[in-house]
Design a protein. Structure first.
Length: 317
């Protein structure tokens, strides 16, 4: 199939591109799987199509306040910012300075200049930055923890939300979540057993519960979440899966890069038999295949580093 949509189809595409079944590709199935995982890892780390920018909403729990950090799901690879906890970006009331400015000095755009208003608003934003600042944070994706360097007893209360600007990787594989859940047609709330929703899910994810797929609305705790619309049938102790974004398997770069990695493995395997003469006088020369693969991989990686890399805000902040 020219357009793979599953891991198995993707694997067969790469092997056919190397010559299967016309010639034998001397690579073990486990080796092929390892090279595909390496290709996906590089794709998610460096290719602009390997991630998407999202705004993650997290409801503060008592456990978060006690430990001083919040979970970030496995899909989150980079965190670029945390929204301020003050009211600088929220709606204002009639006693707010911004409301009064709009009411008295900017009530009519056709007759009033907005220059003074814009300058005043910039001054207010500067004052907010000076006195309130932006939340300082530390994040490492291998820990799946977002540390907020704030006064947790003063700046946040249990039940409030933290909005995190981050990037999530696009995973094409179907993932099985830990724990089980029971579904009730009379409620939009789903409660799980031994689940960690806040570590494995993001809002708007589509989750399959047994035979039914529902979209996540809000993650209220590690064992509880709300979905859009009640389930259509009652189910008890069912497992959950999250379907991957299958279109990733058809990405042009990913197909070429994974094929080159498998070719590299093929050449490395054959190089162990260099100089051995086969029946009919054929001599194996895996070094040529290996060298070709090394060059192809280098060219593709250089292209990504120069042209297709992730947004600079991930590295600069």
């Amino acid at each position: 199939m020219a357009k793979p949509t599953t891991r198995s189809e993707f694997k067969e595409y790469c092997l056919r591109k190397l010559g299967k079944p016309v010639i034998e590709i001397n690579v073990d199935d486990d080796q092929v799987e390892d090279r595909i995982d390496e290709a996906l890892s590089f794709f998610n780390d460096y290719h602009f199509d390997g991630v998407e920018k999202i705004y993650m909403k997290h409801k503060i729990q008592a456990a978060d306040v006690q430990r001083g950090w919040i979970y970030c799901p496995d899909a989150v690879t980079f965190v670029t910012g945390v929204f301020p906890f003050d009211d600088s970006s929220s709606s204002v009331n009639m006693f707010d300075l911004r409301y009064q400015l709009r009411l008295h000095d900017l009530y009519d755009f056709t007759s009033e200049s907005y220059v003074s208003y814009e300058i005043t608003m910039q001054h207010i934003r500067t004052l907010n930055l000076l006195f309130s600042g932006t939340p300082q944070f530390r994040f490492n994706r291998h820990q799946n923890k977002l540390f907020l360097d704030i006064d947790w007893s003063r700046d946040l209360d249990v039940g409030e939300y933290v909005i995190v600007e981050c990037y999530r990787k696009l995973n094409p594989d179907t993932i099985t979540l830990s724990g089980t859940v029971s579904l009730d047609t009379s409620s939009n709330t789903i409660t799980g057993t031994s689940t960690v929703f806040d570590q494995q899910l993001l809002e708007k994810d589509f989750v399959t519960f047994g035979t039914e797929s529902l979209q996540v609305k809000t993650i209220t705790s590690p064992t509880e979440l709300e979905v859009y619309g009640p389930p259509s049938a009652n189910q008890t102790d069912v497992q959950m899966t999250v379907s991957g974004m299958t279109d990733v398997w058809n990405d042009r770069f990913l197909k070429k890069y994974a094929t080159a990695l498998i070719k590299l493995q093929w050449g490395n395997n054959l190089s162990k038999f260099a100089g051995i003469q086969m029946p009919g006088g054929v001599t194996l020369n895996g070094q040529i295949i290996y060298d070709e693969a090394v060059q192809e991989i280098k060219e593709m990686e250089d292209e990504i580093y120069m042209m297709g890399s992730l947004p600079s805000e991930i590295f600069v902040g």
